[in-house]
Design a protein around this ligand. Structure first.
Ligand SMILES: *Cc1c(COP(=O)(O)O)cnc(C)c1O
Length: 411
């Protein structure tokens, strides 16, 4: 019964063929695309070209000949089309952490009379750490991190709030924050909004311009499949380009870097977010990975994502597993991103036991197991197989074996 219904879901899946553009290791069901997306074949091919032909043969001429120098901007524009942003507002560079430093400083420079950065206790730690670093650098009279619960952001904004730093999709629970509604409240108080799109970009329709978001950051190695450590992106609304200051004055952000002037003068456009020499190889990987989105609609992607998490939940409910795993994600698909997370006392060991049978999920401290689904390459039948394996491990308590108890450095 279940087998036939997942088969028909796969047959009717408008994105079914997209999976063939990715390398899937034999015998693996990959439910961790929200940590590191699968490798697209076109990325491997592009890296081959960039290294052998561009770097190998054309060497330094490639900065002009192959437009390496414009990659951050051009790739940024490609990302912009996934974010509901007009061209010229997104740059692909650095990591989320570094980009957060820049936009936090930019927000504090625009709202220089205010010091509070409001965020949530369960935001991704690096987001909170970057604010704490700024506090240490500037002093508490210039920057103060205030943390509240996710549902309390809107009511906590006040006239001393410089910016609200919010992650749209909670990395642990998958809960979606209503960015549009929150931004209206934040702007009423004269504060700015910085949105982290780490778990949104590529799986959720996003409308940064329409909702008047001030700044946004995100990465490309999760749902955008650009590979480990590929550069992130930063969005700064055009409204702010003239008056913002981001203090990482690097030559790539200079109005005319190749004049080699001893004095810094920032570019007046999104280029002012750039700092140093771009990582051309991984930036080219982002460029190639984004081509997979050509002709695909984010609404279709989002619909499949909701269907995938719904089916996964239903299958778990129909098995014994739901008695042991407590779902911490919203039960309404509209309110969650492309993942399901569960609390389970032996979450780490369960995760390890699943890896042994070819199901890759991930563990998040202290005792959560997180299953990410990627509408671009997850098939419905894979979910049915994964649930069977999860159920077996729970029934036979395989996770209690000692080999599943030792923790690796990266969990
Ligand atoms: C993955 C993730 C990060 C990672 O930041 P990096 O600087 O790219 O390592 C940051 N924030 C959120 C919400 C994330 O999910």
């Amino acid at each position: 019964m279940i087998k036939t219904s997942v088969a028909s879901l796969d047959n009717n899946d408008p994105l079914r063929e997209v999976a063939s553009q990715f390398h899937k290791p034999e015998g693996v069901i990959y439910l961790d695309g929200n940590s590191l997306g699968l490798m697209p074949h076109c990325v491997a091919k592009r890296i081959e070209t960039v290294t052998r032909e561009q770097w190998g043969n054309d060497l330094i001429a490639s900065w002009n000949k192959h437009h390496w120098i414009d990659l951050s901007r051009n790739v940024g524009d490609k990302i912009a089309s996934l974010l509901g942003a007009d061209y010229g507002q997104v740059a692909c560079c650095d990591s989320i952490s570094i980009n957060l430093f820049k936009v936090l400083c930019a927000a504090l420079s625009i709202n220089s009379e205010r010091k509070k950065i409001l965020s949530t206790e369960d935001n991704f730690p690096t987001d909170l750490y970057m604010v704490q670093g700024l506090e240490a650098l500037l002093g508490h009279h210039r920057c103060e991190l205030v943390m509240v619960e996710e549902g309390q952001l809107a009511e906590a904004v006040d006239e001393d709030t410089a910016a609200v730093l919010v992650t749209e999709v909670n990395f642990r629970t998958g809960n979606i924050v209503d960015i549009a509604g929150l931004t209206q409240v934040v702007h009423k108080h004269g504060a700015l909004v910085i949105v982290d799109l780490a778990h949104s970009a590529g799986v959720l329709p996003i409308a940064l311009d329409k909702h008047q978001i001030d700044f946004a950051v995100g990465c490309t190695y999760k749902y955008l499949n650009a590979g480990p450590g590929a550069p992130g992106f930063v969005y700064a609304s055009k409204r702010h380009h003239e008056k913002l200051v981001q203090p990482l004055f690097g030559w790539m952000g200079h109005a005319n870097g190749f004049a080699f002037s001893p004095l810094y003068s920032p570019a007046q456009d999104i280029n002012q977010m750039l700092v140093g020499t771009p990582p051309v190889i991984s930036l080219s990987a982002v460029d190639a990975a984004l081509d997979i989105y050509d002709g695909l609609s984010l609404d279709t992607i989002r619909n499949k994502s909701k269907q995938l998490t719904n089916v996964f939940l239903e299958l778990l409910k129909a098995s014994n597993a739901s008695k042991e795993l407590t779902c911490i994600s919203p039960l309404d698909a509209e309110r969650r991103g492309s993942q399901l997370s569960f609390e389970f006392e032996h979450a780490y060991a369960l995760c390890q036991a699943l890896i042994e049978v070819g199901v890759i999920a991930d563990f998040r401290a202290p005792n959560f197991i997180r299953f990410g689904v990627s509408p671009l390459y997850t098939h419905f039948h894979e979910l049915a197989e994964a649930v069977e394996k999860i159920n077996d491990i729970l029934v036979y308590k395989t996770y209690l074996a000692s080999r599943f108890q030792t923790r690796n450095k990266v969990t």
